[in-house]
Design a binder for this molecule. Structure first.
Ligand code: PLP
Length: 390
């Protein structure tokens, strides 16, 4: 009956919808599925944060509208967090935007900076939601392949000079979903130089900022000199504190870009429930030992999965961060074919790499989002298929 907008029709298909359906069907048939396909943290939110929310919910002030750009105490907590974690100075008043999860910011940033037809540089493979923002803005994309031989970092020297000239926005994400790669200071310094030279705004998605393994603390993009002149960083409490359902994220960095994000937030959302903002303050400034435990848990799971997969003859690299493993598909299969075999025959769910972009072909992504026992069992079931030679 209704003719929906071109904007709506431009939204990309949800690649994984099909997979979710297949998994449900097998589950309904009574199979014991080990689901490593999605990115939903399986650990609980630390208790002291939940307690703070319960207490704060009784405050009637929070039952009213919160200040449009977020509570001052939360913005101050975010600034202190960045200072203590990364040594980065952030002005709470002008350099912080409080977001409904990092996702809203990652989508809205395209509305802030791109006119129809403008160009954005996106990582391939990459988190699909950057593309949603580009589609809503009716903008164009140039892909930056993340290749294994370049440690899954984009090689700026290989990008088309015309694209660098035309681009207004560049998305990066380290520790990286889906490849689990991390970035070092030298790469971020190079990014700042490129962005300055070509006048591109950099958006660094730091969703997995807390999750680095082998004692390596992930680097914030804002630690690079001059980063605040040309970009922002998005952070989320979803992964660091297992608060994905709470929808708390924020952007920090370049003042004029932050102002533009705040303007869109103001027009669309007003602000998060005040009690959630108080609990978010507690998360950022309170006891961080739960974060250390969480990183340990993922690292132990990683060790189990990598060891067991190598034991069955599937030669895989150990992830350096995030809660994903990016696993090479054996020769003779596409990513989708191989993911289908694991799904149908081993009842182990992984995400085919091509769902994250063309350069993701040849890989599948497995989440470290099940217990060590279940991960071990997943590897055993895969081993029994006899697809690998030891
Ligand atoms: N960025 C990346 C790379 C992610 O993997 C995710 C969640 O899966 C997000 C952003 C979204 O975070 P949030 O829950 O804050 O919207």
């Amino acid at each position: 009956r209704f003719a929906f907008s071109d904007t709506l029709n431009r939204l990309p298909q949800q690649f994984f919808a099909n997979l979710v359906q297949k998994v449900q069907k097998l589950k309904d048939e009574g199979h014991d599925m080990i689901n490593l396909g999605q990115g939903n943290p399986d650990l609980p939110t630390p208790e002291h944060i939940v307690e703070e929310l319960k207490m704060a919910s009784d405050n009637p002030e929070y039952h009213k509208y919160s200040p449009f750009t977020g509570q001052v105490f939360l913005k101050e907590a975010i600034a202190s967090f960045y200072k203590s974690e990364y040594g980065v100075d952030i002005d709470p008043e002008t350099e912080v935007a409080v977001l409904f999860g990092a996702k809203t910011g990652l989508v809205e940033i395209s509305q802030c900076l791109l006119n129809p037809g403008d160009l954005a540089l996106l990582p391939d493979p990459g988190y699909p939601d950057y593309m949603s923002g580009i589609a809503l803005a009716n903008a164009r994309t140039a892909w930056m392949p993340l290749m294994e031989e370049n440690a899954f970092l984009p090689d700026y020297q290989k990008l088309d000079e015309k694209d660098l000239e035309a681009a207004k926005l560049l998305f990066l994400n380290y520790p990286n979903n889906p490849t689990s790669a991390t970035a070092n200071q030298a790469f971020f310094d190079e990014t700042v130089d490129i962005a300055k030279k070509h006048n591109i705004c950099v958006v660094h998605d730091f969703a997995y900022g807390a999750i680095g393994f082998d004692g390596e603390k992930p680097q914030s993009f804002l630690q690079s000199e001059g980063a605040k002149d040309i970009g922002i960083e998005m952070y989320t409490l979803s992964k660091t504190y297992n608060m994905a359902g709470w929808r708390v994220g924020f952007a920090v960095g370049n003042r004029s870009v932050i102002e533009s994000l705040n303007l869109i937030q103001d027009h669309m959302y007003v602000s998060l429930f005040g009690a959630i903002q108080q609990a978010a303050e507690k998360a950022l400034l309170g006891d961080q030992s739960a974060v250390d435990q969480l990183v340990n848990t993922y690292e132990n799971r990683r060790n189990v999965l990598v060891e067991k997969l190598n034991e069955i003859g599937w030669k895989v690299q150990a992830p350096k961060g995030t809660f994903f493993a990016w696993l090479p598909v054996p020769e003779g299969y596409t990513s989708e074919e191989f993911a289908d075999i694991l799904l149908e025959k081993a009842h182990v769910v992984v995400a085919p790499g091509n769902g994250f972009g063309e350069a993701g072909e040849g890989f599948v992504r497995a989440g470290l989002l099940a217990s060590e026992d279940r991960l071990s069992e997943a590897a055993e079931r895969i081993g029994k298929l006899g697809l690998f030679t030891k």
